[in-house]
Ligand binder design. Structure first.
Ligand code: KG4
Ligand code: ZN
Length: 340
């Protein structure tokens, strides 16, 4: 069964064809990034994102069909991200997918973006099967999720303020790196001393599995500004390394507490920040020490892409989920809500 997936929730216009059945094979994976334009503003500008999606969606989808060596006739269902995300951006992908579904008579499958990030792991690890625990860390989300089956989830921990990726990007900005700065912190951290700065690891009273990253972000900003005022600029590689270690340790600590509570022996990580080398090695070590099997997506499936949406679309299709011509975008929607 071939699924066409479409993703336009933020600043990547993406389309992919996957073949589901005996595992999931990725036949094409096209991503048109707008990041060079948003970088000028230090963040994603929603209005610009919507306009670029409108310009790109048609050729991106056509390219994904061409690369997969198929036509719309060969496609069995059209999956599209409908939540969460920037509304104007989501609506471009949704409207395009609706048009394709209506004109071709193929089923329309609404896919939750975070469910897509989780599903990125099935592309890399055909042996991964629910139930398992998954940590999703992206620019907009930090969630510890119990994946009960391919379409049911229970969120057991989340950030109370900034998402992990947001914190990386803000720390990067004050250190003088371009947006989005996560990957620059990753590269700089390799040259720095992770013990050079002692940074706070906030705990939230009464909720062992929740995160709070805003205090850490503020600590980095204050340290950099104080040093500048004294005329003794800090070595940014050292701050990058200390910051990255603090984030990785915090993520590992909370996730391992959740794994212990649930008795999970399988853990997946997903989302843009799961590409971080420090985070990957910290989880590798923690899981090896505890006899937990760790699953991580290939780097190309960590950030936003449509192969993960098509993959989750396959499972949603098998579970009988369908959208109709009234399908709308939803800016905020918990995974718990779609599992009721
Ligand atoms: O999953 P994603 O592509 O988009 C959202 O759904 O938000 O995640 C983007 C986030 C950005 O904050 C970016 O800086 C971060 O992922 N990121 C990284 C790395 N690569 C991307 N953060 C840390 N280290 C990296 N290597
Ligand atoms: Zn994402």
């Amino acid at each position: 069964m071939k699924i066409l997936g479409i993703e336009s929730s933020c600043d990547e216009t993406a389309a992919s064809v996957v073949e589901g059945g005996n595992g999931i094979a990725v036949l094409s994976n096209v991503v048109a990034s707008q990041i060079d334009e948003h970088r000028l503003y230090g963040g994603v500008v929603p209005e610009i994102a919507s306009r670029r999606h409108a310009e790109n969606i048609s050729w991106v989808v056509r390219e994904s069909l061409l690369k997969a060596e198929c036509t719309l006739d060969d496609i069995d269902a059209i999956a599209v991200t409908y939540a969460p995300g920037l509304i104007g951006a989501l609506l471009v992908g949704i409207s395009f997918a609706k048009g394709l579904a209506l004109s071709s008579g193929k089923p329309l499958i609404p896919v939750h973006h975070i469910a897509g990030h989780i599903a990125a792991n099935y592309l890399t690890h055909p042996d991964l099967e629910p139930p398992y625990l998954c940590l999703v860390i992206s620019g907009g989300h930090s969630h510890i999720i119990e994946v009960k089956d391919y379409t049911h989830y229970h969120v057991i921990g989340r950030t109370r303020d900034d998402a992990a990726g947001e914190c990386f990007d803000k720390a990067a900005r004050v250190l003088g790196y371009e947006y989005p700065g996560g990957k620059f912190i990753d590269a700089a951290a390799k040259q720095g001393d992770p013990d050079a700065f002692k940074l706070p690891k906030p705990r939230i009273a009464g909720s062992e599995f929740d995160f709070s990253f805003s205090g850490l972000k503020t600590a980095v900003i204050n340290a950099v500004h104080n040093a500048e005022q004294k005329g003794e600029p800090i070595k940014r590689e050292d701050m990058a390394a200390s910051f990255q270690k603090t984030v990785a340790d915090t993520l590992v600590e909370r996730t391992m507490a959740a794994a212990k509570m649930l008795g999970s022996k399988k853990l997946a990580i997903a989302g843009g920040v799961s590409a971080n080398s420090g985070v990957r090695s910290a989880f590798d070590k923690a899981c090896t020490d505890r006899g937990i099997k760790l699953y991580m997506p290939e780097l190309k499936y960590c950030g936003d892409n449509a192969a993960m949406i098509a993959c989750q679309g396959y499972y949603d299709h098998m579970a009988g989920k369908r959208g109709d011509m009234s399908l709308n975008g939803i800016a905020t929607l918990s995974l718990d809500k779609i599992s009721e």
